[in-house]
Design a protein around this ligand. Structure first.
Ligand code: PMP
Length: 296
C-alpha cells in the first residue's frame, strides 16, 4: 500500500514520523476520514470545511491549499488503484525544536499524512440484525467538536464495549443524556416516529453524515428534532441507529442487554438508509448540487 507522508508517496512500511512530532507526544493534531465510492468523495467539500474548522480551532496552519490536498488524496487513490476506499488524513502541529506544552515560539511546519483504508461494507449481521451497544460515562475532553487525533477516551470506551461483547458504546454525559458513539453520531426514533439526535455543541462531533442525513430527512418530510435525549428515552425508543462516514447508517437494536423496539432494525432506519444511499449516487453523478459550506 502506498501512503502520503509529508511530501512523499511511499510504502506504508517505509512511512515514519518523528518521535518528537507533537502529534505523537501530545496528540496535537486534527484528522478527517473521507469515503470515496467509485472515485467520488462523499461530501468531500464538507469534510475539508470541517478539517479547516479543526485546524483553525487548534491554530495549526494548512500544510497546503485545500485543492492541493484534494490532488494528493486523488494520487493516493490512483497509486493504490482503489476507487472505493476510506482515506484517513491527519495533520499534526509538527516537530518543534524543544518539548514544551505551549506551541513552539518558532512555528514548525505541520506534518500531513494520508493512509488509504480498504473499505469494508457494513457486515451483514449489523445490517440485518443491528448493532448491540453498551452505555458508559463520557470521559472525553470539553472540545469534542474538534476532530482531534487524541482518541484515548473513546478507545477505552470502545474496548469496554468489546470486552462486554457489544459492537459499540454510546457515551453518557453527567445529566444522563447520550452524547454520541465512540466514533459515530447517535439517533433514536421515538414511539411517535420523531427522529431525535443531540444538537451540535462542544459535547459532540458534528458528523458530516449526521448533517446530511438530517437535511435529507427533513426534505422528505420527516420530523427531526435536535435535542439531548436520556438513556431512559433510548431504552423506550422504537428504533435507534448511528451515522458515520464509513458505514452511512447502521441500526442499533440492543442497548445494555435491552432490546430497542422490536429488537430488529425498523422501517424509519431502513427508509433513512435508502434516502442516504440515493443521495450518494445522485451526488456521484453530479445530480445533487449543494454549494453550501459546512459550518460547525
Ligand atoms: N462522532 C465521532 C466522535 C466520530 O469519531 C465520528 C466519525 N468521524 C462521528 C461522530 C461521525 O462523523 P462523520 O459522519 O463525519 O464520519
Amino acid at each position: 500500500m502506498i501512503v502520503y507522508n509529508n511530501g512523499v508517496y511511499c510504502r506504508l512500511s517505509q512511512a515514519a514520523v518523528s518521535v518528537q512530532d507533537r502529534g505523537y507526544q501530545f496528540g496535537d493534531g486534527a484528522y478527517e476520514v473521507i469515503h470515496y465510492t467509485d472515485h467520488h468523495g462523499v461530501d468531500e467539500d464538507w469534510h475539508l470545511d470541517r478539517l479547516d474548522y479543526s485546524l483553525t480551532q487548534l491554530q495549526i496552519p494548512w500544510p497546503m491549499s485545500a485543492n492541493a490536498l484534494r490532488q494528493c488524496i486523488r494520487h493516493v487513490r490512483l497509486l493504490n488503484k482503489l476507487s472505493t476506499v476510506n482515506i484517513y488524513i491527519s495533520i499534526t502541529r509538527g516537530v518543534p525544536a524543544t518539548r514544551d506544552f505551549a506551541f513552539p515560539k518558532t512555528p514548525c511546519a505541520p506534518v500531513l499524512t494520508m493512509i488509504p483504508y480498504r473499505h469494508k461494507p457494513v457486515a451483514e449481521r449489523l445490517r440485518t440484525k443491528g448493532m448491540t451497544i453498551i452505555t458508559a460515562p463520557d470521559q472525553r475532553w470539553g472540545r469534542c467538536d474538534i476532530k482531534a487525533i487524541a482518541l484515548l477516551a473513546p478507545s477505552l470506551a470502545k474496548q469496554a464495549a468489546t470486552e462486554a461483547g457489544a459492537d459499540d458504546v454510546w457515551m453518557v454525559d453527567t445529566q444522563g443524556c447520550i452524547t454520541e458513539g465512540s466514533s459515530c453520531n447517535a439517533f433514536i426514533v421515538t414511539p411517535t416516529g420523531e427522529i431525535l439526535t443531540r444538537p451540535p455543541s462542544h459535547a459532540i462531533l458534528k458528523g458530516i453524515t449526521r448533517t446530511r442525513l438530517i437535511a435529507l430527512a427533513r426534505d422528505a418530510g420527516l420530523k427531526v428534532t435536535e435535542r439531548p435525549f436520556a438513556v431512559s428515552e433510548l431504552k423506550e425508543a422504537a428504533e435507534a441507529f448511528i451515522t458515520r462516514t464509513t458505514g452511512f447508517i447502521i441500526p442499533v437494536t440492543w442497548v445494555d442487554k435491552y432490546s430497542i423496539g422490536t429488537g430488529h432494525p425498523g422501517p424509519v432506519t431502513h427508509n433513512l438508509l435508502s434516502l442516504y444511499e440515493t443521495f450518494v449516487q445522485e451526488q456521484k453523478h453530479g445530480r445533487f448540487a449543494d454549494t453550501t459550506r459546512f459550518v460547525v
